[in-house]
Unconditional design. Structure first.
Length: 351
């Protein structure tokens, strides 16, 4: 009887041993197959950029790929993602492993620095890490039927205004900064710099806002669809549309803001992917005259000196142009305007 009871156990042990052997053999066969997909002489660079940069990137990337191929013989493929700047920065800090990022503003790069993804020294690059410039302007329908001349006109009854949501869009923060800064400039002209007057001015403009879109590009799309009378946006967005034959008028306010857009290597991810060299080369290529001329083609103001000298007559310089330092720098702006008790959230809440 004992023999009869032991047979099933014996056969079960033999069967388990055979099954285990097959599983090991199967794993041994699959392991090399993962390496077959890696092509020699080819790498992929992951780009996470803010939405407004998309059109220029679609020309710059092929030019870089061709140049890199000529110099090294290596093929570089790109995986591209375009989102509102704040959304893109949050995606990267949340695990989207971009090797390179172009964002709308310095503050979004600072989020990556605080997450340990980008070096604190990123501004030691050429031009302080900025690859393009622009200014905040107003776009109207052809012929400017509402007679818009400055930010003041956005407060008039019946004027429907568009700008995106600063919670998700870096472009929107530039827009809000410009309006708030223009309010400060107006108060100074009356004898005293008055933050309360600047807040009241921002409130008056915001009362006429038709919608708050996710990104600058989404806001522009809504305007193209026919929403609103005037859009607060980047100069380059309107110049690019006009170059494509869209009949908009551009109004440059007397007091408006200089925009600067950064590009950085996301060092942690680039090192993990083995792409640090090509990621750095791509960022450096963005400063090259060839890339800067493509940016100009798409309405951006260049940072590189020779291209700036070639193109400076194309871009107006309003007398009251100010930069982020006029508002105290990004740390002050984040606290003053965009903290939970900041001016912008007070405006939204009607406080």
């Amino acid at each position: 009887m004992r023999i009869l009871r032991n047979h099933p156990v014996k056969f079960l042990l033999i069967g388990m041993a055979l099954l285990f052997g097959f599983l090991i053999a199967g794993c041994a066969e699959k392991e090399p197959s993962q390496e077959v997909t890696v092509r020699p002489g080819e790498r992929t660079l992951v780009l996470g950029a803010y939405s407004v940069a998309r059109d220029a990137m679609h020309e710059i990337i092929p030019a870089f790929q061709e140049k890199w191929k000529e110099q090294t013989g290596e093929t570089i493929r790109f995986q591209e993602s375009y989102e509102a700047s704040g959304t893109q920065a949050r995606a990267i800090t949340g695990g989207f492993e971009a090797d390179v990022t172009l964002l709308a503003m310095e503050g979004d790069v600072d989020k990556l620095v605080r997450s340990g993804l980008v070096s604190k020294e990123w501004k030691n690059q050429a031009y302080g890490g900025m690859v393009t410039r622009s200014i905040v302007v107003l776009g109207t329908r052809e012929g400017n039927p509402k007679g818009i001349r400055d930010f003041d006109d956005l407060t008039k009854p019946g004027v429907k205004v568009l700008y995106p949501n600063p919670k998700t869009s870096g472009g929107a923060q530039w827009d809000i900064n410009a309006i708030y800064g223009a309010g400060l400039k107006q108060s100074e002209a009356k004898g005293q710099r008055d933050p309360a007057a600047a807040k009241a001015f921002l409130e008056a403009v915001h009362r006429n806002v038709e919608s708050l879109d996710k990104s600058g590009r989404a806001s522009m799309a809504a305007f193209e669809y026919g929403v609103g009378d005037v859009i607060v946006t980047y100069e380059n967005e309107l110049l690019a549309r006009i170059a494509q034959g869209v009949p908009y008028d551009i109004v440059v306010p007397e007091h408006t803001m200089l925009i600067e857009n950064p590009a950085v290597v996301v060092e942690k991810y680039a090192e993990e992917h083995g792409t640090s060299d090509v990621a750095e080369a791509f960022v450096q290529y963005l400063y090259s005259p060839d890339a800067q001329r493509i940016f100009v083609k798409h309405g951006f103001r260049p940072v590189e000196e020779t291209v700036y000298a070639e193109t400076k007559d194309r871009f107006p310089n309003p007398p009251g142009l100010f930069d982020i330092e006029y508002l105290g720098g990004w740390d002050t702006v984040r606290e003053t305007l965009y903290s939970k008790r900041g001016v912008w959230y007070q405006v939204l809440a009607g406080l």
